[in-house]
Design a protein around this ligand. Structure first.
Ligand SMILES: Nc1nc2c(ncn2[C@@H]2O[C@H](COP(=O)(O)OP(=O)(O)OP(=O)(O)O)[C@@H](O)[C@H]2O)c(=O)[nH]1
Ligand SMILES: [Mg+2]
Length: 348
C-alpha cells in the first residue's frame, strides 16, 4: 500500500485537496502514507455507497404469521398507513378486512430523502382453527424456501442479472395471543421450527386487551418461555458482533416481544388525525408510545435493524439453505430445467 502511494507521489507531487465530504480522522490520516500525501479519501466510500444505494434502491420483505384473528392483516395495513408510507397510501376506510385465505404479498415503493425502498409485507392465513395443527408450518416454510430457491437459481445462472430481485423474507413477525397465561404448544413448535430458516420477531397481538400490569407480566413470562424452549428470536445473541452490539441488542431483547395494537382507521384526537381504535373509554392510539409499542417495533424494523435483518438473512439463513441445496446436488448448482423441478420441490 505504501509503495503504491510512493509511486503515485511521483505523478502527483501536490497533496490532494480534501473533497467537500466532511471526514472524521481515520487510521489512514495518521499512517505513514498519509503523512506524505495528506488526505487520501478512503472515507468517501460512505458517500459513494450512499449514491449507489440511492440509485438502485433496495428491497425489504416482512412476513406476518400466527393464529387466525390476531390482527395480522390489520397490522399490515397499519404499517403501510402509519408513518412508513402515509403519503403513498390510499385506502377505502369503510372496507372491512376479510379473513385471509392464502399467502399474499402486498408491496409499496416508498421514497424518502431520495432513497427508494420496495417494502413487501407477506400476509398469511391464520392457523389454529383446525383440530389437527400438525402441518400448519409447512406452507409458510415452503414459501420462505421458494424465495431462497429463486435467489439461488438467479445466482448460479450463467447470465446473471446485475441485481437479483430479492424476495427473501427478511423477518417474520410471529403473533402471540394476548392470553395473559403462556405460549401455546403450537406457538413453541412453530417458532422453534421457523427460527432455523428465518429471522423470527415475536409480537404480542391486540395488546389493548391487557392492563399495564398484565402486559408487563405476560411479556416477562413469554421471554422466559422462549428461553426455556431454546427459541432464538431476532436479534439472535450468537450474532452480536461486539460488546457495543451486544449492549444495544440486550436492551432490545429485554423490551421484546413488542406489545402491539393495529388499526387502519383514523380519528381526531386533540386536533390531530391519528391511527387508532375507538372504544367507549377513549381512542387507543397506535403510534402513541404510552398506548402501545407499535412505534418501537416499526423503528426497530426500519430505523435501526433493517440492514442487519437483510445481512443475517443473506449470510446465515440463505447461506444455510444454499449449502444444503448444493450439497444435496453433489456440489453442483441446481439446474434450471423442468425435469428437475419436481425433485427440487420435494427437497424443500
Ligand atoms: N382489540 C384489537 N382488535 C384488533 C386488533 N387488530 C385487529 N383487531 C380486530 O381483530 C379482528 C381480526 O383481524 P384480522 O386483521 O383480520 O386478523 P388476522 O390475524 O389477519 O386473521 P386471519 O386472516 O384469519 O388469520 C378484526 O375484527 C380486527 O378489527 C388490535 O390490535 N386490537
Ligand atoms: Mg388475515
Amino acid at each position: 500500500f505504501q509503495m503504491g502511494l510512493a509511486a503515485m507521489s511521483e505523478v502527483v507531487p501536490e497533496p490532494r485537496q480534501k473533497p467537500t465530504v466532511p471526514a472524521k480522522p481515520t487510521c489512514a490520516n495518521i499512517s505513514m502514507g498519509s503523512q506524505l500525501l495528506g488526505y487520501v479519501g478512503i472515507d468517501t466510500i460512505i458517500e459513494q455507497m450512499r449514491k449507489k444505494t440511492m440509485k438502485t434502491g433496495f428491497d425489504f420483505n416482512i412476513m406476518v404469521v400466527g393464529q387466525s384473528g390476531l390482527g395480522k392483516s390489520t397490522l399490515v395495513n397499519t404499517l403501510f398507513k402509519s408513518q412508513v408510507s402515509r403519503k403513498s397510501s390510499s385506502w377505502n376506510r369503510e372496507e372491512k378486512i376479510p379473513k385471509t385465505v392464502e399467502i399474499k404479498a402486498v408491496n409499496h415503493v416508498i421514497e424518502e430523502g431520495g432513497v427508494k425502498m420496495k417494502l413487501t409485507v407477506i400476509d398469511t392465513p391464520g392457523f389454529g382453527d383446525q383440530i389437527n395443527n400438525e402441518n400448519c408450518c409447512d406452507p409458510i416454510e415452503k414459501y420462505i424456501n421458494e424465495q431462497y430457491e429463486k435467489f439461488l437459481k438467479e445466482e448460479v445462472n450463467i447470465a446473471r442479472k446485475k441485481r437479483i430481485p430479492d424476495t427473501r423474507v427478511h423477518c417474520c413477525m410471529y403473533f402471540i395471543s394476548p392470553t395473559g397465561h403462556s405460549l401455546r404448544p403450537l406457538d413453541v413448535e412453530f417458532m422453534r421450527h421457523l427460527s432455523k430458516v428465518v429471522n423470527i420477531i415475536p409480537v404480542i397481538a391486540k395488546s389493548d386487551t391487557m392492563t399495564v400490569e398484565e402486559k408487563h407480566d405476560f411479556k416477562q413470562r413469554v421471554r422466559k418461555e422462549l428461553e426455556f424452549n431454546g427459541i432464538e428470536f431476532y436479534p439472535q445473541k450468537e450474532f452480536d458482533e461486539d460488546m457495543e452490539d451486544k449492549a444495544e441488542n440486550d436492551k432490545i431483547r429485554e423490551m421484546m416481544p413488542f406489545a402491539v395494537v393495529g388499526s387502519d382507521k383514523e380519528y381526531q384526537v386533540n386536533g390531530k388525525r391519528v391511527l387508532g381504535r375507538k372504544t367507549p373509554w377513549g381512542v387507543v392510539e397506535v403510534e402513541n408510545l404510552n398506548h402501545c409499542e407499535f412505534g418501537l417495533l416499526r423503528d426497530f424494523l426500519i430505523r435501526s435493524h433493517l440492514q442487519d435483518l437483510k445481512e443475517v438473512t443473506h449470510n446465515i439463513h440463505y447461506e444455510t439453505y444454499r449449502a444444503k441445496r448444493l450439497n444435496d446436488n453433489g456440489g453442483l448448482p441446481p439446474v434450471n430445467n423442468p425435469d428437475s423441478e419436481e425433485q427440487h420441490e420435494s427437497n424443500l
